[in-house]
Ligand binder design. Structure first.
Ligand SMILES: C[S@@+](CC[C@H](N)C(=O)[O-])C[C@H]1O[C@@H](n2cnc3c(N)ncnc32)[C@H](O)[C@@H]1O
Length: 322
């Protein structure tokens, strides 16, 4: 598999129109500028701004509604039917992003809260230590959601319950990178956060786009997970600072270090079927078929849930007359 990247030093709307065909992108992960006036922005961080790289391009607060509509419309155009988008947003301009999303055909899947450390320090109100992540998909196709890509359906530790369930709750606690004394981009997204979105919502060989590259974090992690990457960064200084480092990313280099299910997915293989199990198989199969999945797709989906292989499921369904 040949993995490619196409990263442009251009405005994302003009760049997408020029370089990206309709329905061509499997997944967009992006973190637009905040739309907070420059002189107020540092108040949102408890850190030494001297180490933050120059070149970040902000959008004036008054232009934020139109700005959001423009790029989100383009994002919706380039996503393939069934493609997914994750937009990271602070709370200040969240309403404009939600309004812009509502003006597209994109469908909401989750409104995720990302809780992080190093919140904005305040004395006269609560400390803000979360972002919003809006997870939407484009209708017209099946979206990739790799339910068991990280934790198997029966993985547990002690009293904590299902690890798969916990990992799929819509509040994510993932700390931001603390890089004291090191150059950093404003709001660089943590690798673990990107890995999580990429594992659940894309597959090797897919194309992943970031409309606001910043430190190119999405593109770097995507390549390291064997996905193709594309994207845009308007700032010349930021682009120049990051583009050279792309060559050092080895396609697929992260794959062997990812959290993958520890248990054998076919944990029921060879065991006799119980009545309850057969009933569960039939009702889940029927539901998937009613949701428009083909016979083959439905059986493939159910193998992990049932802990049995494709042919075992197919034979059990045949025997039951389904
Ligand atoms: C919040 S940062 C992205 C941070 C990035 N996710 C990371 O992990 O480093 C937003 C970036 O968008 C860039 N930007 C602003 N307006 C843009 C536009 N119209 N097109 C493309 N990039 C833009 C800014 O210069 C900034 O680098």
């Amino acid at each position: 598999m040949t993995i490619k990247y196409e990263l442009y030093n251009e405005d994302c709307v003009a760049g997408a129109r020029k370089h990206l065909a309709d329905d061509s992108i499997d997944l967009i992960i992006t973190d637009p500028p905040y739309g907070i006036d420059g002189h107020k922005l540092h108040k949102h961080y408890n850190r030494d701004e001297g180490y933050v790289l120059d070149g970040y391009i902000e959008v004036p607060e008054t232009e934020y509604p139109e700005f959001s509509k423009g790029w989100i419309k383009e994002a919706s155009r380039v996503l393939r039917p069934g493609g997914s988008i994750y937009i990271v947003s602070g709370y200040s301009n969240l309403r404009h992003i939600l309004n812009a999303l509502a003006a597209t055909p994109l469908e909401e899947k989750n409104h995720i809260i990302w809780k992080y450390n190093f919140g904005v320090y305040t004395k006269t109100k609560f400390v803000s230590s979360h972002y919003h992540i809006l997870f939407y998909t484009k209708p017209g196709g099946r979206h990739s959601f790799n339910t068991y890509s990280r934790f198997g359906p029966h993985e547990r530790t002690g009293q904590e319950g299902s690890l798969n369930y916990q990992d799929r709750e819509d509040v994510w606690v993932i700390n931001r990178k603390y890089k004291p004394g090191q150059p950093k981009n404003k709001n660089e997204l943590p690798t673990h956060l990107l890995i999580k979105m990429l594992q659940y919502s894309s597959n090797q060989g897919d194309t992943v786009c970031d409309f606001f590259l910043g430190s190119f974090s999405t593109a770097k992690v995507a390549i390291a997970m064997n996905r193709n990457a594309c994207g845009f960064e308007l700032s010349k200084a930021t682009y120049k600072h990051q583009i050279g480092s792309m060559e050092r990313i080895e396609p697929g280099e992260l794959l062997s270090r990812l959290r993958t299910p520890e248990e054998h997915l076919l944990y029921n293989q060879g065991k006799p079927w119980s009545e309850d199990e057969l009933e569960q198989l039939l009702s889940s199969f029927e539901t998937l078929r009613l949701n428009g999945l083909s016979k083959k797709e439905s059986i493939q989906r159910l193998t992990a849930d049932m802990g049995r292989g494709y042919f075992a499921l197919m034979n059990a369904l045949k025997r039951s007359g389904a």
